[in-house]
Design a protein around this ligand. Structure first.
Ligand code: NAD
Ligand code: NA
Length: 398
């Protein structure tokens, strides 16, 4: 079928399999161009492996250090006449490239929050790899069903206590307007967001993997967090999602305790703000990202998800030396984003931004391009007028 982008709000309803494959290829080429990561991981489980930081982590492990990878994700498969989701096509393309390179790669499609998917994953590790030496936790989800109680939690993106008014952009139209986001009126919203995006599920994964004996001596596990600038604090770090990130970061000591006897270590890596399916859903943040892109590209220090993950592996996790941490024990690859000169310029531009000057002072074009590329669109190499086969099987189990 002929596949064109079809959007509703911040969601793209269609995805292009060949474009997604191009996206994967470009990321693989980047990782290869940086050379092999000495002392890199060899057997890797990536939870949330199909898009964003997760697929970039999987590509870095596979093509940066020849790792066997198992990817867990929740995507819609393509069926006759019906498109799959972008993450499905990404994973199909990744597996094809990995297999062509002689690398082990299998995937599990299902709810990572469930006990059943954890068990299937453990069985697959036992059957094929024995143990894993790295577990990447890169889930981003709006909801979670608790595996022990069956309770359903929905996360919300709201400030706490004070209403928050600031600029936001509709990145499709380029219209900049003021938005007021009311604070949570129900304290349960905070707990629910923590239940979805906090550290409990990461802990459940590591507990189950450890109990099954599938974590190798010296195993590492890493989950991803965000801090960002003061201007987004009310909606991000000091909002409901920030509470979840506090909780995720607060899980590290418990995991380190759990892993102590096998000399394992857990980390949270604070990553840069980037266009992903998850971040495009947060108000205010897309405008910040558009300005940030402009400033960082002008300074020649812009990075995408693959550059971030390659740097995380090569210059933080696997240097053969101690992993550098901040005063709160976190890995920082948001260091370039948070540089004082970058933040000062973004803050200055932020005050000036309007619908009229948006395309001049921000990189809204780059934002849009990245957004469409998440779904396999906007690649020069692809002829989008051409018929393409929507059916690409992923040899997943589960
Ligand atoms: P994303 O939406 O691109 O990826 C989410 C992944 O989780 C996908 O692979 C999806 O299939 C999977 N997933 C969601 N629900 C699932 C479920 N129930 N079972 C199995 N898989 C499921 O998001 P992302 O932006 O790459 O986010 C990954 C992590 O990075 C999150 O913790 C996020 O907060 C963090 N982070 C993001 C940014 C950013 O700017 N995007 C910055 C710093 C940190
Ligand atoms: Na991800």
């Amino acid at each position: 079928m002929i596949i064109q982008p079809r959007t509703r709000g911040f969601i793209c309803l269609t995805a292009h399999p060949e474009g997604a494959a191009q996206h994967i290829k470009n990321q693989i080429e980047y990782v290869k161009s940086k050379g092999k990561i000495a002392n890199g991981p060899k057997k890797v489980l990536v939870i949330g492996a199909s898009t964003g930081f997760g697929i970039a982590s999987r590509i870095t492990a596979a093509f940066g250090s020849d790792a066997a990878t198992i990817g867990v994700f929740f995507e819609k498969p393509a069926t006759e006449g019906k498109l799959g989701t972008a993450g499905w096509y990404n994973s199909a393309a990744f597996e094809k490239e990995a297999h062509a390179a002689g690398l082990y790669a299998k995937s599990i499609n299902g709810d990572a929050f469930s006990d059943d998917i954890k068990k299937q994953t453990i069985d697959l590790i036992k059957q094929d790899l024995g143990q894993v030496d790295l577990v990447v936790y890169s889930l981003a989800s709006p909801r979670r069903t608790h595996p022990k109680t069956g309770e359903q939690f929905a996360s919300v993106l709201k400030p706490i206590e004070q209403p928050f008014t600031d600029k936001t952009v509709d990145f499709h139209t380029g219209v900049v307007s003021d938005i007021t986001i009311l604070p949570v009126d129900n304290p349960a919203d905070i707990d629910n967001t923590v239940a979805v995006m906090g550290g409990e599920d990461w802990k459940f994964w590591i507990e189950d993997l450890k109990a099954a004996g599938v974590l190798a001596e010296g195993v590492k596990t890493v989950a991803y967090s965000y801090i960002g600038p003061e201007l987004t604090y009310p909606i991000y770090r000091n909002g409901t999602i920030g509470r979840a990130k506090d909780n995720l970061e607060g899980t590290v000591p418990a995991l380190n305790d759990l892993l102590k006897d096998i000399h394992g270590v857990s980390y949270v890596s604070v990553n840069k703000a980037l266009v992903t399916q998850s971040s495009s859903a947060i108000p205010v943040v897309p405008l910040y990202i558009s300005l940030l892109y402009k400033v960082m590209k002008e300074k020649g220090i812009h990075e995408g998800t693959i550059e971030q993950m390659q740097r995380l592996f090569a210059e933080r996790l696997y240097t053969g030396q101690e992993v550098p941490l901040d005063e709160k024990g976190r890995i920082r690859v948001d260091d370039l984003e948070m540089r004082a000169d970058v933040q000062e310029e973004v803050a200055k531009l932020w005050k000036e931004t309007s619908t009229e000057n948006l395309s001049e002072i921000s990189d809204i074009e780059g934002y849009r391009n990245d957004f469409f590329q998440l779904f396999g669109f906007n690649f020069d190499e692809i002829d989008y007028e051409k018929d393409t086969n929507e059916l690409v099987p992923v040899p997943s189990i589960g």
